[in-house]
Design a protein around this ligand. Structure first.
Ligand code: SF4
Length: 167
């Protein structure tokens, strides 16, 4: 199993328990809510190995900890959110390189928030518990701040999909 990107693991406390997700393959495990403190303590203490229940869960969801890095650098610890939202779709731009006849957009010019406001939006989504973030447009990849937006969402522990026309 190859680790595609850094910090692929996310722990997210939810009403039903502690969700542990491998963003490389979208596999997940649910642990008891009481496990949150255990995990946070172990990360803070930089223990050489994850606590037993997490070691098992990490293996169960198919994440192989690289031998050249400690386990805790691969996990984003999310705070308990204020709500239990799951999924959000965000149209980050109206710009598009296509002119499809069926398109509901008008000018297809760049209209999107500046980066500071995007970060504020992501902070709110994080607090609301958003796990699955779908980024779309327009053409999402034509957005001048696409990379910054994607990275900021990733750092906040979201599982991201991108809707694109592929051109
Ligand atoms: S690719 Fe999508 S956003 Fe772009 S013109 Fe076609 S329908 Fe509209």
């Amino acid at each position: 199993m190859t680790n595609i990107v850094s910090r692929a693991l996310v722990s997210l406390p939810r009403e039903e328990g502690l969700l542990l997700i491998n963003r490389n393959n979208l596999r997940a495990a649910l642990l008891p809510s009481e496990a949150v403190a255990n995990l946070e303590d172990a990360v803070a203490a930089r223990t050489p190995y994850p606590p037993g229940e997490f070691g098992d869960a990490i293996a169960e969801i198919g994440f192989a900890i690289p031998p050249d890095s400690p386990w805790y650098v691969h996990i984003v610890l999310r705070d308990r959110p204020a709500a239990n939202f799951g999924r959000v779709t965000w149209e980050i731009t109206e710009r598009c390189n296509f002119r499809c006849v069926h398109c509901y957009l008008d000018e297809k010019e760049q209209r999107g928030l500046p980066l500071t406001q995007r970060l504020q939006v992501l902070d709110k989504l994080e607090r609301a518990g958003c796990l699955w973030l779908q980024i779309t447009g327009g053409e999402a990849l034509a957005d001048p701040l696409f990379e910054e937006t994607y990275r900021a969402a990733w750092e906040r522990g979201m599982v991201i999909s991108v809707l694109t026309n592929g051109a």
